[in-house]
Design a protein around this ligand. Structure first.
Ligand code: MN3
Length: 214
């Protein structure tokens, strides 16, 4: 299977003034599309046909760095585009409750997020994840790393590779992170939580099926 690039869910200039059209243009056309092209070329070379980016990144995580990195970067960027929105959104009551439970308050969640982002040396991604015990947490992962390889469910992410902010904020990651909240799509958090709970209840149903048939 050849992977096709996904279009942005908004126009390149719609996140201005927080993320410029120029940044989105480079980010989408030069970085993200390149990962898809690289991945397709690598898969042809070794005659592999994973069914999805998720399948590719999970399968090649420990066995082929080049395929993993390009598949993960493609997946991470598609997820990241959806974490941004030109419409102003706010955490839902469910989301607020979770943030309060796990971080004490919305404000302390934000400072923990910023602290993790500033603490990550070099390029990477700052993830809000659901862990296997149902709690939520923040993971700062370098380069192309993705929380699904360690069994976590991604709920939100911020791209902290310099290509995501250098044209607008130069080396000032703090300034970029402070603007990130202006365009963060909180509805996507709820959507990912909802999808995960559906997957969980489906797997419970199939477990019950296995037991009764056994
Ligand atoms: Mn990027």
């Amino acid at each position: 299977m050849t992977f096709q690039f996904q279009n942005l869910p908004y126009k390149e200039n719609e996140l201005e003034p927080f993320i410029s059209e120029q940044t989105m243009n480079f980010h989408f056309k030069k970085h993200y599309k390149k990962y898809i092209a690289n991945l397709n070329a690598l898969l042809v070379e070794c005659n592999q046909t994973p069914g999805s980016l998720k399948e590719a990144l999970l399968k090649y995580h420990t066995i082929n760095d080049a395929i993993f990195q390009n598949a993960a970067q493609a997946w991470n960027h598609e997820f990241f585009w959806n974490c941004l929105s030109p419409q102003k959104t706010a955490p839902s009551p469910v989301c607020k409750k979770m943030l309060k439970e796990h971080f004490g308050s919305y404000e302390s969640f934000k400072s923990k997020f910023l602290e993790s982002a500033l603490g990550l040396f070099g390029s990477g991604w700052i993830w809000v994840v659901k862990n296997s015990s149902g709690g939520i947490g923040i993971m700062a992962l370098g380069n192309a790393e993705n929380p699904m390889t360690s069994g976590h469910v991604p709920l939100l992410v911020c791209d902290v590779w310099e290509h995501a902010y250098y044209l607008d904020y130069q080396n000032d990651r703090t300034k970029y992170l402070n603007q990130f909240w202006q365009v963060l799509n909180w509805n996507f958090f709820d959507q990912n939580l909802e999808e995960d709970s559906q997957t969980e209840s489906q797997s419970r149903v199939s477990d019950v099926g296995k037991i009764s048939r056994g």
